[in-house]
Design a protein around this ligand. Structure first.
Ligand code: ADP
Ligand code: ADP
Length: 239
């Protein structure tokens, strides 16, 4: 079944930057789809339109049978609990501990930062510890995020997204700041999460080789337009 459907989506910044132009594609439940393309192609804009971090200029975005573009504030919050977002630069709160960053994800976009573990229930903490354990972060639970390596920080980012039990994970260049070894660890985790938890993954990558290795399907973007949509097997050098 279709989880996400984009119809004629366009996005313009200001008067003359067309970042997305008539984008059409859909993603099925459980699929692992990579969006590839050069810098400036519109990949980041595309992901941000889907969870309404920014507003598309025109078109239709249907997620989980809901028209994303017409949601009010309250329903937008509900949408964002179903869509986890992972960023290139992690977007963690460095002065807080790993587990606090993860639990903060549970409260969503509404909360203020307290930095107090006491406000969370034992059940919430147990849930966070379980997710951190899956991601191999047992030793890091009470460390401050600024003491972690890049790869560890990104695993915290994944844990923070997972705690809200999303249907869809949007990953915006999650390995662009990591060395090859840490990158593979992150990609393996994302792939495992996708298959074991049935979470749909839409991931921006500029490394074509990584996208080909991990994806069920590749969407190629260039100049704000979709230039490829298909199996990783059929991509050739000049596409
Ligand atoms: P990618 O993620 O593929 O690198 P982006 O979506 O970041 O591409 O950018 C697509 C185009 O939109 C680029 O030309 C970029 O300069 C422009 N752009 C991105 N964000 C903004 C913004 N906030 N304001 C104006 N132009 C932007
Ligand atoms: P990254 O792709 O690593 O997230 P960028 O340097 O592409 O970082 O963009 C950083 C921020 O600047 C983003 O919020 C993006 O939307 C914005 N941005 C990108 N290009 C432009 C632009 N041409 N004009 C204004 N803002 C931009």
């Amino acid at each position: 079944t279709t989880l996400l459907d984009l119809k004629n989506v366009s996005k313009q910044y200001g008067h003359d930057t067309v970042a997305l132009s008539d984008v059409n594609f859909s993603v099925n439940e459980g699929e692992f789809v990579s969006v590839i393309g050069p810098s400036g192609a519109g990949k980041s804009t595309l992901l941000r339109c889907i969870n309404r971090m920014i507003d598309a200029s025109s078109g239709e975005i249907i997620f989980d049978d809901v028209n994303v573009m017409s949601l009010n504030k309250k329903n937008l919050r509900r949408l964002r609990t179903k869509i986890g977002m992972i960023f290139q630069h992690y977007n963690l709160v460095n002065r807080l501990s790993v587990i606090e960053n993860v639990l903060h994800g549970r409260l969503g976009y509404k909360s203020t930062l307290t930095g107090m573990l006491g406000i969370y229930s034992e059940e919430e903490k147990k849930h966070a510890l379980k997710i951190l354990s899956i991601l191999g972060l047992d030793e890091q639970v009470y460390k401050r995020c600024d003491q972690l390596s890049g790869g560890q920080k990104q695993r915290v980012g994944i844990a923070r997204a997972l705690i809200q039990e999303p249907k869809l994970l949007l990953c915006d260049e999650p390995i662009a700041s990591l060395d090859p070894k840490a990158s593979m660890v992150i990609m393996d985790h994302l792939r495992n999460i996708s298959s074991s938890m049935g979470i749909t993954v839409l991931i921006n990558l500029h490394q074509v080789d990584v996208a080909l290795k991990y994806s069920d399907r590749i969407i190629g973007v260039s100049g704000g337009k979709i230039v490829y949509n298909g199996s990783p097997k059929h991509i050739t050098e000049n596409e």
